[in-house]
Design a protein around this ligand. Structure first.
Ligand code: 5CA
Ligand code: ZN
Length: 408
């Protein structure tokens, strides 16, 4: 699929430290240690209603990781998928009487435009589910050879017990898994399954639904195998970070890892699993099904500066859940005015310690609020008349652009 355009990223005068991240699997902060280029997979949108602020928070969090790695001297290979065929997309297309392909293309383009406006670095490989069907088929065949596949009617299922490490990504007990599986697209009650947690690999054709030919009969890919097939093709096993929102820890990341690990015994799917907390609005998780959405495009259409949206998101650490409010946005608009004033002065307070602090904060589990606080202290001192560093404006401008993605 077409990706979006790459914003200019200034090169900083000093390298950032190694990047640590909270890893869901080990439940601890871990230092990432890329061998060769850093390899990142982030779960992309299901394109029927994009891009709300929750999505934007997720892609911004991993944009900070991408930038922190680059600033630490690593090349980065970033892969993101588009779930351009799946139940929720087909249901929405039927409801609004739009062809599902058209709906997916339209919303994917809106997402690209939103990401461009927010200065999110694009993935090197932006890959749709539909274009990946041959990869999915090959991976299912590999799982068949490993004896981890069985059929129920015309559908194929993955036996989760085939993966000895099943359950390690989420660390959940079986009851918790069963509850979440039912809530998040799984079918624990389906008759004929060997284990209620087994997930669909290939969904046989249903009347009125799109289907593709395969050695298993006409049908379409299950959700989790889409991501494992794409990640394996473009990154291989043992890639550095699997990212997404916390709503994907189970079943999605658990199942994707399980499928890949059974197909490639002896190695782990990802070295770390990192998750953005859920962004809420009006007291509930922002989600398409609840309809309590704030869209990036709607804000842009009402002339809100995308950099103010970005700063609002940067002021929240990526891990805890938080609530979007209009006040947070208007605060960021006011702050940016003060930032622009300080940057325009040329001279300002000493920039070098701010550069060190911002890079250190971001390398420490992407602590953007701490990084923003360091810049705000510099803005305050500079606007109060500290002009001890003649090149401070240019240095801080480059810093916030390269590390935080803010071009002012
Ligand atoms: N296509 C799948 C992933 S393979 C999917 O979950 N699509 S999505 O459109 O529902 O979500 C896209 C990304 O945004 C996912 O990483 C998801 O975890 C994240 N996300 C969804 N809602 C929120 C929210 N309210 N707050 C933060 N992140 C969210
Ligand atoms: Zn995914």
């Amino acid at each position: 699929m077409r990706t979006w355009s790459t914003p200019h990223v200034p090169v900083l005068p000093v390298a950032g430290p190694p990047v640590s991240l909270f890893d869901a699997r080990s439940g601890a902060l871990v230092e990432t240690r890329p061998e060769g280029p850093a390899r990142l997979y982030v779960c992309g949108i299901t394109p029927y209603d994009a891009t709300h602020i929750g999505h934007a928070a997720t892609y911004l969090a991993f944009d900070l990781l991408n930038r922190a790695w680059r600033n630490a001297g690593h090349d980065v290979v970033y892969v993101q998928n588009v779930t351009d065929v799946d139940d929720p997309l087909l249901e929405r297309a039927t409801k609004v009487h739009v062809d599902w392909v058209e709906l997916a293309e339209r919303e994917t383009q809106l997402f690209r435009d939103d990401m461009t406006a927010l200065r999110v670095l694009p993935p090197e490989h932006y890959i749709g589910a539909v274009e990946s069907i041959p990869l999915v088929i090959t991976l299912i065949e590999r799982l068949q050879e490993a004896g981890a596949v069985y059929s129920v009617d015309t559908d194929l299922y993955f036996s989760v017990t085939a993966d000895e490490a099943f359950g390690e990504v989420s660390g959940l007990d079986r009851d918790q898994m069963l509850t979440l599986f039912a809530e998040r697209g799984g079918d624990p009650e389906r008759a004929g399954k060997k284990d209620p947690l087994d997930c669909v690999l290939w969904r046989g054709e249903r009347p009125g639904e799109p289907a593709w030919d395969s050695p298993f009969g006409p049908g379409r890919p299950g959700w989790h195998i889409e991501c494992s097939a794409i990640a394996l093709e473009y990154l291989g096993m043992n890639f550095d970070v699997q990212g997404g929102g916390t709503d994907l820890v189970f079943p999605h990341h658990e199942m994707s890892a399980g499928e890949a690990q059974v197909a490639h015994p002896g190695s782990a799917y990802a070295k770390a699993y990192a998750h953005q907390g859920m962004v809420g609005y009006d007291g509930e998780k922002m989600s398409k099904s609840r309809g309590n959405l704030v869209f990036v495009s709607a804000l842009r259409n009402s002339e809100v500066d995308p950099m103010a949206i970005r700063l609002t998101l940067l002021r929240q650490h990526y891990r805890p859940d938080w609530e979007w409010t209009d006040d947070k946005l208007w605060n960021a608009v006011d702050s940016l005015a003060a930032w622009r004033t300080a940057l325009s002065l040329g001279a300002g307070a000493d920039a070098a310690p701010v550069v060190d602090e911002v890079l250190a904060a971001l390398a420490d589990d992407l602590d953007a609020p701490r990084a923003v606080a360091a810049v705000e202290a510099w803005v305050e001192a500079t606007n109060a008349g500290d002009d001890s560093d003649p090149d401070a404006g240019a240095s801080i401008g480059n810093l916030i652009d390269a590390a935080l993605g803010l071009a002012l």
